[in-house]
Design a protein around this ligand. Structure first.
Ligand code: F6P
Length: 431
């Protein structure tokens, strides 16, 4: 991999940082020392021509702050679908704000962007160490969430009325785009208000983020469903166990859970088109597997095979609405096996919301703790229009616009996908 094509990603600041940090025991990051990190092929999609390395700012505490801690007011909001670990990030932000910086206050905005739009009437919540101390024990978000566009002008009006200095936005691709729009409105009004993003999506599809928080927990939970599907499949003659997993445009949960459980025989993901019928189609390979081994496990990412459906429009977040691929597969399996006179039983498991609404596992808790801390360090030092990412095991700060320019997809030409295929034994393509 050539490191020639570099992407420079220096983050914007509100103004000169002049106030000495109150942090005592830490390694301050020298702003002048940037990191150059290679971007592995696994993080690029199939047609991606790079960049192959990134010059970026290391995350962490700065010696000089832009905001004066005892006069600083922060706000936190959570947007989009749930994912394990959101409460851990909220807790970490609040604890860092109070225990490390001793800020004036932190408020929680209810139900995402709606919480800053007066017509919805959602009240604010005061957040402090006592109100957040136990929240990591629970899945979901204590603040609630919502999808959908809201006016950046109205949002910034509310932020001005509340005298907020730092807004922390926890959310996915759509939320990061909204954060960019809010930042633009803030800039237009020449306000000194920092917008810091913390990337969140169970689909793990944010560009230049190696792995989003909650993904590890979701995969672990997904393996339980696959294990059950396998048990059902081997418990009946010609048993087929089918599991549907989240993954609207990227099949990372399905692929990773498949790697974790070697019992999966077919994994279908959005990035790899397939035919249902025909000599090399899915049904023909499934039949061979059933006739030779007497059972099969099929894992399907919800966004797989969407070329089989008409355009169904978009949801409130602007995401493509999906056709029910598992319903189609079940119907076609029924017709095909009946026509071939091959008896079978099919057990279908859809654990979608179960895998994303549980509390985070130990790995994700550790990760969420760091994300929250680094978000606060960034905000206090006056950085804005940026998000906290973890790339190549390094925590870094990236401008929001770089991360929202495309979605992260699984690269079917990567070693990672080859490993998935060798685990399932399915053909390279079923087209
Ligand atoms: O945020 C991504 C995601 O988890 C997708 O995988 C899934 O399709 C979608 O959200 C469903 O979320 P909801 O039903 O809350 O809109």
């Amino acid at each position: 991999m050539s490191l020639k094509k570099k992407l420079n990603t220096l983050v914007e600041i509100l103004g000169q940082a002049k106030i000495h940090s109150p942090l005592k025991t830490c390694r301050f990051i020298n702003e002048k020392n940037t990191l150059t990190l290679p971007i592995p092929k696994e993080l690029l999609d199939e047609n991606d021509q790079g960049p192959y390395s990134i010059v970026c700012e290391e995350a962490g505490p700065r010696q000089l702050l832009y905001f004066d801690p005892p006069k600083t007011k922060c706000a936190i909001m959570t947007c989009g679908g749930l994912c394990p670990g959101i409460n851990d990030v909220i807790r970490s932000i609040v604890m860092t704000c109070y225990h490390n910086y001793n800020v004036a206050s932190v408020v929680g905005i209810r139900y995402g962007l709606q919480g800053l739009i007066p017509k919805y009437g959602h009240p604010l919540v005061e957040l402090d160490p006592s109100t957040v101390s136990n929240i990591h024990e629970f899945g979901g978000t204590i603040l609630g969430s919502s999808r959908g566009h809201q006016s950046p002008e109205e949002i910034v009006d509310s932020l001005e009325r509340l005298n907020i200095n730092i807004l922390f936005m926890i959310g996915g691709d759509g939320t990061m785009k909204a954060a960019g729009a809010i930042y633009k409105e803030i800039k237009k009004r020449k306000l000194k208000l920092s917008v810091i993003g913390i990337p969140k999506t169970i689909d793990n599809d944010i560009y230049l983020v190696s792995q989003t928080f909650g993904f590890d927990t979701a995969v672990e939970k997904a393996t339980e469903a696959i294990r059950c599907a396998h048990t059902e499949a081997i418990g009946a003659p010609n048993g087929i166990g089918m599991v549907k997993l989240m993954g609207r445009e990227s099949g990372f949960i399905a692929a990773q859970a498949t790697l974790a459980l070697k019992e999966v025989n077919f994994v279908l993901i959005p990035e790899v088109p397939f035919n249902i019928h025909g000599e090399n189609g899915f049904l023909s390979h499934l039949e061979k597997r059933i006739l030779s081994r007497g059972h099969a496990v099929v894992v399907v990412a919800e966004g797989a095979g969407q070329d089989l459906f008409d355009n169904l429009g978009t949801d409130a977040s602007g995401n493509k609405k999906l056709g029910d691929i598992c319903a189609v597969l079940r119907e076609e399996i029924k017709k095909y096996f009946t026509s071939k006179n091959v008896p079978y039983t099919l057990k279908f498991i859809d654990p979608s919301y179960i895998i994303r609404s549980i509390p985070a596992n130990a790995n994700d808790r550790v990760y969420c703790g760091f994300l929250g801390q680094h978000a606060v360090h960034a905000g206090m030092s006056g950085k804005t229009n940026m998000l906290v990412s973890k790339l190549q095991d390094r925590y870094i700060y990236l401008p929001i616009s770089i991360v929202t320019q495309k979605r992260r997809k699984l690269n079917p030409n990567s070693n990672y996908w080859s490993a998935v295929l060798s685990s399932t034994g399915q053909p390279l393509n079923m087209e």
